[in-house]
Design a protein around this ligand. Structure first.
Ligand code: DER
Length: 253
């Protein structure tokens, strides 16, 4: 399908543009697109000295299945930055802000993304929207168990129409657990404004008029008691979406 072809093309492009075979530490994200990134890295016959830092159980499996050497985030030497971190996204807006967490790995994904000199978002054309919450309807939020009701109530006061506990896809009922054994709440909000939108007066973006700007809503949610992490990635060092592929394979800006 052209979606898989677009994912593969994005993976190849991201590695061609941003993978340096002399790197020491490379972050590997979660999801299905990242598999094409690892495939492209493998094609470059990597030197065995490179350590690949996973963002969770699935990411670690992808690294191991490719015959590459994983290194747990916690084992990174103090003060050392990853040379580059590759990861997917559920949606990317015109200012390269991302919604992440569709795969419930957002906590470790953000740890790794913020520890990299450069974060490369690898996403096919479906993910590219003018604003966040256009195509992807909710903000994934990782919360401590037993605090989910308080967080859900607080999200409603922030204007979320329908904060919902993500349940496991398996037949066993009950909430999905993350690699940290936490829960995920998916909170629907109206489309998020970019900084430019606020500058151009499309809304205050601070919740007071019902509109939220990306960074403001991320901060507001992150400050709620019981919230471990929020699936909004913005202002990352060197976020580069060159790997975003438009439908016909053209590169976006
Ligand atoms: O959960 C995440 O943030 C992942 O990066 C994920 O959303 C991307 O998944 P995909 O590459 O399978 O679309």
């Amino acid at each position: 399908t052209n979606v898989e072809a677009a994912k593969r093309a994005a993976g190849q492009q991201a590695v061609a543009d941003h993978f340096d075979a002399n790197a020491s530490y490379v972050g590997i994200g979660s999801g299905t697109t990242i598999v094409y990134v690892v495939e492209a890295i493998k094609e470059r016959s990597t030197n065995p000295a490179i350590r690949f830092v996973p963002t969770g159980y699935q990411s670690r499996q992808v690294i191991i299945n490719a015959g590459l050497t994983p290194l747990g985030f916690d084992s990174l030497p103090d003060g050392v930055m990853l040379d580059v971190a590759f990861d997917g996204a559920d949606e990317v807006d015109s200012e390269l802000n991302c919604i992440k967490g569709g795969g419930a790995c957002l906590f470790q994904e953000k740890l790794v993304a913020e520890r990299a000199k450069k974060f490369v978002c690898v996403a096919d054309y479906r993910k590219r929207q003018d604003r966040l919450l256009t195509q992807w309807p909710t903000i994934p939020i990782e919360v401590a168990p037993l605090s989910q009701n308080k967080v859900a109530a607080a999200l409603k006061t922030l204007g979320s129409t329908n904060p919902k506990l993500r349940t496991t896809l398996l037949d066993k009922s009950g909430p999905l657990k993350t690699d940290q054994d936490f829960y995920i709440i998916d909170a629907a909000f109206p489309t998020l404004l970019t900084r430019k939108d606020v500058q151009e007066g499309r809304g205050k973006g601070d919740g007071s008029d019902g509109t939220w700007e990306v960074n403001n809503i991320a901060k507001a949610i992150k400050s709620l008691t019981g919230v471990l992490e929020v699936g909004i990635f913005s202002g990352l060092n060197g976020l580069d979406a060159q790997a975003l592929r438009e439908k016909d394979g053209e590169r976006s800006a």
